[in-house]
Design a protein around this ligand. Structure first.
Ligand SMILES: [Fe+2]
Ligand SMILES: [Fe+2]
Length: 376
């Protein structure tokens, strides 16, 4: 499931501004609400990205500041953004008012664009017009003007659509997310105090930043931390309460095996356990080889795991990042990481399942070694 580009679609827009600090304060806030994340940053500019499109803001040089921007002059008049729903337009309107921003065409709001449209118009710090417009289709949340708040299903559909758009890695695709959601529900069966809404949302959103980590050659992106940040914007856009969004984001931030912050709530612990279980057993073998194909790994390595870790893991420790992915193999991952999983899990039920799944993997790698060595 690639995050697709469509030939001809907008790649990026670059805007020169009078005061970068003021512009950043406004656009960082607004775009964050729409799910954009900081993409690039340098002394005189920065950009925010959502999917395959990004917006760049650059400090204009003082020698060009004699003439300020005016949207009625030839040039750009306004930027318009898709809202998830009419509810999001209403919510944004309230937030803009809270920030003391002027709503344009107040007398015709929210239909200033015409009777069939539902949008809010406002200005950025340089008075460029900005529009946030609801979809035209009659989705449940937009069908009736009076019913602005999306239903639970409609909110989840918004979240799932955002996840689907982002996930592009074969081993961390929507199928992985759905298996993790199923495992979460299974583990939660005997835990009555679990907030199932939080658990479902956390499982669906937990790997949303995975591809961003995988494609960041600097190695500085942590998909758990970035995923929590992205999820916050998506959940707000979908209309979830602040408290729910905060809880879900905390679960996402602590779900990673090599992470340094431990899960605190029962929902975070169940997500952690379910996510690790999906890397074990027959599914785990299949996923490990999906990744192996992607990174050009060999089928098997006979190298001693400790020697390998010292050579190919940053810091020479099992938890350090892998230096050369093509030098890794599924059986090394099994020896170095997967075998440690049961000790790291939080629930007894997950530990029992993990031990069972590890036995399947051990038998597979033993057989593979024999076959590769010429034995049947
Ligand atoms: Fe993850
Ligand atoms: Fe995951």
């Amino acid at each position: 499931m690639e995050a697709r580009t469509v030939p001809g679609m907008l790649h990026h827009v670059e805007v020169y501004c009078a005061d970068l600090a003021r512009t950043t304060e406004f656009w960082g806030w607004f775009l964050g609400k729409l799910g954009y994340v900081l993409y690039q940053e340098w002394p005189s500019g920065l950009s925010y990205r959502l999917g395959q499109t990004y917006l760049v803001f650059v400090q204009a040089e003082t020698r060009f500041s004699d003439r300020s921007y005016h949207r009625c002059r030839p040039g750009l008049n306004h930027l318009a953004f898709h809202a998830a729903s009419r509810f999001q337009v209403d919510e944004m309107t309230d937030l803009l008012r809270e920030r003391g921003l002027h709503i344009l065409y107040e007398d015709r709001h929210p239909h200033a664009g015409g009777p069939g449209t539902y949008a809010v118009y406002f200005e950025d710090p340089d008075r460029m017009k900005v529009e946030l417009i609801a979809p035209e289709t009659s989705t449940p949340e937009t069908a009736t003007v009076g019913e602005h708040r999306p239903t639970t299903d409609a909110r989840m559909a918004i979240v799932e659509a955002a996840v689907e758009k982002e996930l592009a890695c074969s081993a961390h695709d929507l199928a992985h997310v759905r298996r993790v959601a199923g495992l979460c529900r299974h583990l939660a069966e005997n835990v009555p105090e679990v907030d199932l809404e939080v658990l479902d949302l956390a499982s669906v959103l937990h790997d949303i930043a995975r591809i961003r980590e995988d494609t960041d050659d600097s190695g500085n992106t942590d998909h758990a931390a970035m995923g929590a940040e992205m999820a916050s914007g998506i959940l707000q856009s979908a209309g979830y309460p602040e408290q729910t969004a905060r809880h879900v984001c905390a679960c996402i931030a602590t779900h990673r095996f090599r992470g340094t912050t431990a899960p605190e709530t029962i929902e975070a612990k169940l997500l952690f356990d379910a996510d690790k279980l999906d890397s074990l057993g027959a599914v785990g073998i299949a996923r490990a080889y999906m990744l192996a194909a992607r990174y050009g790994e060999e089928l098997y390595s006979g190298e001693d795991p400790d020697t390998y870790v010292a050579r190919n893991h940053i810091g020479g420790t099992p938890t350090g990042r892998i230096k050369a992915l093509s030098a890794h193999t599924p059986n090394l991952e099994f020896e170095i990481a997967f075998k440690r999983i049961p000790d790291r899990l939080f629930t007894q039920q997950a530990r029992t399942l993990a031990v069972r799944r590890l036995a399947v993997m051990q038998a597979f790698f033993d057989q593979l070694k024999q076959e590769l060595g010429g034995a049947s």
